[in-house]
Design a protein around this ligand. Structure first.
Ligand code: ADP
Length: 237
């Protein structure tokens, strides 16, 4: 976490004019890639993620197949042009870690045991990065899985929260992520009331941590509503 002399909250407003508890403007659309079985384009402010899903399909090579369950594969990739200074292509340690925790965040929503010997592939490309990309990616992936018709208990909803200038803020943008005291990305499975991803960068007291988690879960209802709306929109057209 870096330090800055710049105030990131002035008179109760954040640098983009939001109140601490506000989520950025969300855009969500499913079925954007005809060649994929399911797809979704999701943005929170400038952060934009494109997810595509293929499968369930037989897993090759066959020795990787599991006889009692299907597998989920998840690839998170930040496009070279998604940040101001060109990102090196190819998976970094950060992207490999994000791919693993995001796969684990989605698995509890899926009925993979119904599809032994198969694989479901999720590819998420971050087209534009301005903070909270992993949770934006999870929202896109979750919608793309639903769009593909992969049997799911519920959508997984992703949202971040953190502590900035001593205040709890929701949905951190890039600059806030850089200078905040701590940030917590969360993924949540509403129907099971289960947190499926919880990470923390920075330092917080246990009380602060609990309060941020509670506030993020509260604000996540708006994200979930937007997801449902995006899915319904496709099927009402
Ligand atoms: P998340 O995007 O999930 O919050 P991080 O905390 O690792 O994950 O990254 C925070 C933000 O930092 C990203 O959303 C992005 O705006 C920026 N960022 C991450 N990696 C890079 C990079 N290689 N170059 C420039 N900016 C980056």
């Amino acid at each position: 976490m870096m330090k800055t002399d710049e105030k990131l909250i002035i008179k109760g407003k954040r640098i983009d004019g939001r109140k601490p508890e506000d989520v950025r403007k969300m855009k969500m659309e499913v079925g954007v890639i005809p060649n994929a079985e399911g797809s979704a384009l999701v943005s929170f402010g400038k952060t934009t993620a494109l997810a595509s899903v293929y499968g369930p399909r037989p897993l090759h090579p066959r020795h990787l197949q599991e006889s009692d369950t299907g597998l989920l594969r998840y690839k998170y990739d930040m496009a070279t042009f998604s940040v101001d200074e060109r990102k090196r292509p190819g998976p970094s340690r950060r992207e490999i870690e994000i791919s693993k925790v995001s796969r684990e965040a989605l698995e509890p929503a899926l009925f993979l045991k119904k599809f032994p010997r198969t694989v479901v592939d999720v590819f998420v490309e971050i087209l534009q990065a301005d903070g909270s990309t992993r949770v934006t990616a999870i929202n896109a992936a979750s919608l793309a899985l639903a769009d593909a018709g992969v049997p799911m208990r519920d959508l997984v909803v992703g949202l971040s929260g953190g502590m900035l200038d001593g205040k709890i803020v929701i949905d951190l943008m890039g600059k806030e992520d850089n200078y905040c005291d701590a940030d917590i990305p969360i993924a949540y499975l509403p129907s099971k009331k289960e947190i499926t991803l919880l990470q923390m960068d920075g330092r917080l007291t246990p009380e602060e941590t609990k309060k941020i988690v509670r506030d993020v879960l509260h604000a996540s209802k708006k994200v979930y509503e937007k997801q449902v709306e995006a899915l319904k929109k496709k099927y009402s057209e």
